[in-house]
Ligand binder design. Sequence first.
Ligand code: UD1
Ligand code: CA
Length: 465
Amino acid sequence: MTQFAIVILAAGKGTRLNTRRPKMLHEVGGKALLRHVVDAARQIVQPNDIYVIVGHQAEEVKKAAVGVGVNFIPQTEQRGTGHAIQQAQPAVAGYEHFLTLSGDAPLIRPETIARLRDFHLAQRAAMSVLTACPPDPQGYGRVLRKKDAPSEVDCIVEQRALTQEQERIREINAGIYAFASRILFAHIGELQANNAQGELYLTDMAAILRRAGERVAALEAEDAAEVLGANTIAEMMELDAALRLRTARRLMQKGVTVFRPETTVIDAEVEVGPDTVIEPFVQLLGQTRIGENCRIRSFSVLEDTVLGDGTLVRNGCNLEGSEIGRGAAIGPYTHLRAGSVIGDGAHLGNFVEVKNTRLGNNSKANHLAYLGDAEIGSAVNVGAGVITCNYDGYTKSRTTIGDGAFVGSDATLIAPVHLGQGSYIGAGSCITEDVPQDALAVERSAQVVKEGWALKRRIRKSREA
Ligand code: UD1
Ligand code: CA
């Protein structure tokens, strides 16, 4: 197959966003704009055949594609999309053809890029333009097809330069092209900045090549939504919604029930097993992996969290960087912080915070506890209000609890401390020393009872009044 390069335009400033953060690093669907486009391009060519043009805040923008192995080409002055491609000439002139993608059109699917590539070769075109007919073409360049040969392009007219009559044209330029390198670079020097923005428009190559007798063809995308660009935050949020819906549909296709998918926020790389139910207003972020037959109730946020099959996450949980086994029940309102590993069949209840802790199979902490830097065995019962005191103001220390231990309510465990297997801690105890296996540890003063004391006090007080 003919070798293609892919050039991604990512040097622009994104003036219309009005943010300090460069446009390419804004996220939709949980991933930077540029990263979406790079990931789509990687499905078509090898990373070393991808060239990303960077300019505005280049060093920051590069971070979006760090470790992927793509090439970066500087465009120190951003003098337009045509000027950007001129910068790429030394790098891509050696390829027979190359494709150009726009870093701010993140919905593009690899299938569509491949379609444009194949169309371009079949048409033997010098330039092939991907087009679309979205409901609202406002803001985009319009594609004027040749009257006598409608598969070919006459020219592309930018929004600002449209005549009233041309404003009615609904077919837009997606900003995604295929070029025959030799022919394009033979003519790219003819670009002129005689337009509203004083820039070199890549779009002008259509008319230049056509006038030179070259073939400029147009391919309409099957789905107009796929090529939409993001110039403003509002447009970006529309793309975000579209991407999340695409992800929700992908999961539903695999047997996951997503109630009210328009309310869920699911990142592109999240995986969920069949028969799992996701209720409204759930967020599944980052590299979250959820097993089969789980239920995630409303208002829970899971980030980089792995869930075994048949686990229930009740409402309002915040789970990050953690791993939970099969058949567990979490929440409502449980907070798992990074590095927590929760065993099969474990229960964590309301207002339980867990950090960097292992909780064994079938262990339970059902109410109001803090478990930090702890190693807790299986079938342990952690009573209401139990606190591991893991921090003395200078260092963090660990608490270890053996299998089958029972920790009474409101016990404070001053780490480092070890509770032996099967040991029993009296409620309200402040435990500072290790407890042997199967022992009882109680640390509290003996109860004092004074018969009739309350009654006498009431009588005294009423006389005083
Ligand atoms: C561009 C097209 C327009 C098309 C639309 C599709 C031109 C002149 N117009 O308009 O016909 O309908 O895309 O979304 O090309 N960039 C650089 N260097 C520059 C300027 C821009 O790398 O000097 C990059 C930007 O970072 C961006 C892309 O090129 O990723 C497109 O630039 P942008 O300014 O957003 O063009 P549009 O006005 O959207
Ligand atoms: Ca744009």
